[in-house]
Write a protein that binds this ligand. Structure first.
Ligand code: C2E
Ligand code: CA
Ligand code: CA
Ligand code: CA
Length: 273
């Protein structure tokens, strides 16, 4: 290889090494955001499709890396799961969500807060105790908190995961399977899972009006959930037509841009009012 002046290191560096450097940089910046408590939570309402009433707020993490520039969760959550940073970030988020729920309760006293969990948290010792202690510290009840998990939680050690979900349910928390329908074997294992709610993934909702096959899948999920006594949320509802159709099909709850986008607490308070 020929030298190309002062930039030769840059030119000869394999692409992989450059990507790793970017990752280290992003990881360090995320660590600073954790340490300086610069992560934020936005809230998106979940509504009863029959009455239009808001029943819960889903907490969604936001990381503003520079003024006006947000890194999408689809990028930083997987990174934080790899580095382990998801643990402190999620601990912060859960305590913050409890704080924020106390504020929301002043506006609406029967509201729940929904928090997303990572599989990494699920396999940690004392996870159950930590969650329950944080709820108690905030003078909330377990019934006011809902935990959203994806099917990936079952991949590593499903015996452990099922036992843990059972503990949470017995303690009175709501447990939801998120992104339902996108995982590996949803239908067969659902009956083994002691969850009381499932959230149909946006992929099945977005074309529900135009695609009879998507509507058929949603009908099937709803029929099965009814048999198992599991409530159903449809996510990613963007039009009135979708909301009406889902209500007609008997879907209990809905969430999506049609109702509201995720927003900071102050805006969510105005939305409730
Ligand atoms: P998710 O839990 O499935 O959250 C729903 C995502 O869909 C959110 O993206 C939300 O902003 C977006 N969304 C809501 N309604 C609509 C709609 O009508 N149309 C469309 N196109 N999108 C809609 P977001 O906030 O970017 O989060 C992406 C994912 O990152 C979440 O998916 C969740 O898996 C993860 N995540 C976010 N916050 C946390 C967190 O605090 N902890 C963990 N472990 N994961 C989180
Ligand atoms: Ca979720
Ligand atoms: Ca989801
Ligand atoms: Ca998702």
């Amino acid at each position: 290889a020929k030298r190309q002046g002062r930039n030769h290191l840059f030119f000869y560096k394999p692409q992989i090494a450059q990507n790793q450097r970017l990752d280290v940089n992003l990881r360090n910046q995320f660590q600073q955001a954790i340490d300086q408590e610069r992560l934020q939570l936005f809230y998106q309402p979940i509504v009863d499709l029959k009455t239009g009433k808001v029943i819960a707020a889903e907490a969604l993490m936001r990381w503003q890396i520079h003024e006006g520039n947000y890194v999408p969760p689809a990028k930083f959550i997987p990174m934080a799961e790899t580095t382990g940073q998801i643990i402190p970030a999620s601990q912060w988020a859960f305590a913050q969500a409890c704080d924020d729920l106390r504020v929301m309760l002043q506006q609406q006293s029967d509201l729940q807060v929904c928090v997303n969990l990572s599989a990494v948290q699920f396999s940690r010792a004392n996870f159950f105790e930590q969650i329950v202690a944080t709820i108690e510290e905030h003078q909330l009840t377990n019934q006011q908190v809902e935990l959203e998990l994806t099917e990936s939680i079952l991949m590593d050690d499903s015996e452990h995961a099922i036992a843990l979900i059972n503990r949470f349910r017995e303690a009175g928390l709501s447990m939801t399977i998120d992104d339902f329908g996108t995982g590996f074997s949803s239908l067969s294992y659902l009956k083994k899972l002691p969850v009381n709610k499932l959230k149909i993934d946006r992929a099945f909702i977005q074309d529900i009006i135009k695609k009879p096959s998507d509507e058929a899948i949603v009908r099937g999920i709803l029929a099965m959930a009814r048999q198992l006594n599991i409530a159903v949320v449809a996510e990613g509802i963007e039009t009135k037509e979708q909301a009406v159709r889902l209500a007609e099909l008997g879907c209990d709850y809905g969430q999506g841009y049609y109702f509201a986008k995720p927003m900071p607490l102050a805006e969510f308070m105005e939305f409730l009012a």
